[in-house]
Ligand binder design. Structure first.
Ligand code: MRU
Length: 357
């Protein structure tokens, strides 16, 4: 997708380096950062220079390529894969990508290991782009149906950033929106600010602006009243891990939005590629929910009067704060899942119809 009119993807491999768009600097500064080592890749994921479930999976895949470039010994590779998996716990795409890479690389001692690793990492990205594009085409039908009935702008609420910046291209939740916009269907997005890191304001609104999609940033607590006023036609969010029973783990606050949508009979969709499905865990209490530094709550970053990014404290110095990064929306509040293979019920039966496993 575009930034200042130029097409980008979020991550690519060039001259034995991995290049990323540093998302900690957006929306104020557009910086392309080079990752040179496996440690750079692990830190980029931890610090959220790259974030979003599919993108951290892709970064981990390229991280293993960087590891091999330095040292193609199997012990180093195994340690690197563990460091990557442990860098963020909740999004299943991270482990999925590392496991997929390691299936190809474990025990390979030939001088072909680098070539195999790079081919697989590129394939993971190529596949994600295709899957996200298909999610868009499948979700487009839902937006079109609402538009055909309403004959007026379709108002869509989203939470966090499940946009192209969270994937390699297109996004998950945003892909149906971009497809609708390209088709000339009038859409407007209510963008939840998404405290504490403001991914909705800093990333979703930013990328929608760059593509010319109308959007309005709202405080996280505003969605409920907009739904009561009839100003939300549908919700679409992404997910970091969806269980085979349809329970959806996503950025904290998603659950409350789903409850409000349910109470107001507004459809609540979750868009995801199959790499986000966890077929193993059966109970959402077993999902590791990341707890991040309380400083993400107590401090905030913005531009100072000289145009420099500055961090300031907003909470009382003596106050304690707690920062859980994700929550779980039980399947009963999810209208349907939008996947690369089609739209299905948020249930095992629904998922099995699309993914015969
Ligand atoms: O903490 P983040 O910014 O990595 O959280 C991202 C989300 O919660 C997204 O909704 C999710 O990863 C889906 S991305 C297509």
């Amino acid at each position: 997708m575009k930034i200042e009119g130029k097409e980008y993807r979020t991550i690519w491999f060039e001259n034995n380096l991995v290049k990323i768009i540093d998302q900690t600097k957006l929306p104020h500064k557009f910086v392309i950062k080079e990752l040179r080592t496996i440690t750079d890749a692990v830190n980029a994921i931890k610090k959220m220079e790259v974030r979003g479930a599919p993108l951290i999976g892709a970064t981990a895949a390229y991280g293993l390529v960087l590891a091999i470039l330095k040292n193609d010994d199997q012990t180093f590779l195994k340690k690197s894969s563990e460091d990557l998996i442990n860098s963020r716990p909740t999004a299943i795409n991270l482990k999925w990508a590392v496991d997929r890479m390691m299936q190809k690389l474990s025990g390979v001692n030939s001088d072909k290991i680098l070539e195999i690793a790079l081919k697989e990492a590129n394939e993971i990205c190529k596949e994600d782009i295709k899957f996200c594009e298909n999610i868009g085409l499948n979700g487009l039908k839902i937006i079109e149906e609402i538009y055909n009935k309403k004959k007026d702008t379709v108002n869509i609420l989203t939470h966090c950033n499940a946009g192209w910046l969270a994937t390699i291209n297109w996004g998950t939740a945003t892909s149906p929106i971009y497809h609708a916009h390209k088709k000339g269907i009038p859409v407007h997005v209510w963008t939840d600010e998404t405290r504490p890191r403001n991914q909705g304001a800093n990333l979703t609104s930013y990328e929608l602006n760059e593509e010319g999609v109308k959007n309005t940033i709202i405080a996280d607590n505003t969605g409920g009243i907009l739904m009561q006023r009839g100003e939300v036609d549908m919700c679409i969010v992404g997910t970091d891990r969806t269980l085979s029973n349809g329970d959806v783990c996503n950025k904290v606050g998603t659950y409350l939005k789903a409850l409000a949508a349910y109470d107001n009979e507004i459809p609540f969709y979750v868009a995801l590629p199959s790499s986000t499905i966890d077929w193993n865990i059966k109970d959402y209490n077993e999902i590791p929910i990341e707890e991040r530094s309380s400083e993400e709550l107590s401090h905030i970053e913005g531009l100072d009067e000289n145009g420099n990014i500055k961090k300031i404290q907003v909470y009382p110095q003596k106050s304690k704060a707690m920062n859980l990064a994700f929550d779980v929306t039980p399947a009963k509040y999810v209208t349907a899942l939008i996947t690369e293979k089609g739209v299905c019920d948020a249930s095992l039966a629904g998922l099995k119809k699309l993914f015969k496993k």
